[in-house]
Write a protein that binds this ligand. Sequence first.
Ligand code: FES
Length: 173
Amino acid sequence: MKKYQQMIESVSRSGATAAASEHSIFEELNVTIDHFDRSPLALIQILHRAQELFGYLRDDVVQYISRELRIPVSKVHGVIGFYGFFSRIPRGKHTITVCTGTACYVRGAVRLLRGIEKQLEIESGDTTTDGRYSLRCARCVGACGIAPVLVIDDDVHGDVASKRVKNLIRQYK
Ligand code: FES
């Protein structure tokens, strides 16, 4: 009986801790929102910060931002959908971004992308079932001189040949 009681207390303590940390994350988001005087013009910066804090743009977070900035939720979703770097689903531990801008496209970006999709058994926009990798595409990451380009987390890899990509990805565990 005592053990059962301890279990309940420990579960309710961990629930309280999670609620407290959730609360403090929202407070941090508020600091950013206040910093920009709740200006709708700062929507992109605020979404960036929210994604940094929460890992992705959950529905409740999007609704919160929409309320605080007095912007319709549909408009916020429109902005999120337009920019490839925003995500409405949880991201994997590592984010692999294949640049499919013109320079990369003509130098084999699509072949590269298909190879990665095959290796990870997911499609662009998805996350592997083990939560390790998320795959997405972007339009020009500003490194056209070394096309085709792959970005893994914050690391930019240029002249990436399909043959090399398998080992490259394996380095990110
Ligand atoms: S098109 Fe890929 S870096 Fe510019």
